[in-house]
Write a protein that binds this ligand. Structure first.
Ligand code: DGL
Length: 270
């Protein structure tokens, strides 16, 4: 089975990384729309246009299912794309439901892009699952910029995190929902700010499990040890990478992707 995964940039690699674990036998195409990142500061019309082009590009190259590994693009484009094509299109939305169900009493912070926060999709989701009104929303668009320049642990990152969260009382929060795939790279920085007890919730595992269900694929048991051994060869294996329509072939770009996969692997379960 050939599965296309796309994002505005490198955030969606976190979904691909999870797919390496759960679906090691499948083939993947990963498309980062590096010419148009960040989506979170674009108009819904622009984002729908990019997502439509990418979807057709991946289908022409043999994708039998597509994962929109981007909460922003999902919130504006998933319904329309499903009307246009007849292969499974899976989207992502901030994992608010598991955060609400897995915690009690204290508050939950959802961080996402400005578009995701503005769109009705998230409002509808909160309406359905946030019965006790425990969820707060915060846009953190600069984390996308930091991630794209591979800056994950600098003073500037810490200052930005601190300045954005400082309007809230951090002792009132028990969970942080990473509602943008780019935000996965900063897990150590959130822990440093909120402390070890904060629950970090991303949608990656759930999205890949859902993909496996929809396509009727067997999920591999999560075996860290085995994965560590195969880690080197698994990275970039079975996958074609594209940056805005161009296949990634240059050594420096492939090295960049490998470094990102290694980081995601290191912080996958923290
Ligand atoms: N990675 C994307 C998301 O999950 C969007 C980042 C952006 O391009 O602004 O929302």
């Amino acid at each position: 089975m050939k599965i296309g995964i796309f994002d505005s940039g490198i955030g969606g690699l976190s979904v691909l990384q999870e797919a390496f674990h759960q679906l090691p036998g499948q083939e993947f195409m990963f498309y980062a729309d590096t010419d148009h990142v960040p989506y979170g500061l674009k108009t819904p019309e622009q984002i729908l246009g990019y997502a439509t082009d990418i979807t057709h590009f991946l289908i022409e190259r043999g994708a039998q299912a597509i994962v929109i590994a981007c909460n922003t693009a999902t919130s504006v484009a998933v319904k329309e794309l499903r009307k246009q094509v007849d292969i499974p299109i899976l989207g992502m939305e901030p994992a608010v439901k598991p955060a609400v169900e897995g915690t009690e009493e204290k508050r939950i912070m959802v961080i996402a892009t400005p578009v995701t926060i503005r769109e009705d999709k998230l409002k509808d989701l909160l309406h359905r699952v946030d019965e006790d009104h425990r969820v707060d929303l915060l846009a953190m668009p600069r984390l996308v910029e930091f991630a794209e320049r591979e800056e994950f642990e600098s003073e500037a990152v810490e200052e930005y995190i601190q300045s954005q969260f400082s309007q809230f009382d951090k002792s009132r929060y028990c969970a942080l929902v990473l509602g943008c795939t780019h935000f996965n790279y900063f897990k150590p920085a959130y822990r440093k700010y909120f402390g070890e007890d904060i629950l970090l919730v991303d949608g990656n595992k759930g999205t890949v499990r859902h993909l496996a269900d929809v396509l009727n694929l067997d999920v591999a048991p999560d075996n860290e040890k085995q994965f560590e051994k195969e880690h080197n060869i698994l990275c970039l294996r079975n996958t074609e990478y594209f940056f805005s329509g161009k296949e990634v072939r240059e050594e420096k770009d492939l090295e960049h992707l490998k470094r990102l996969h290694f980081r995601l692997e290191e912080i996958r379960n923290i």
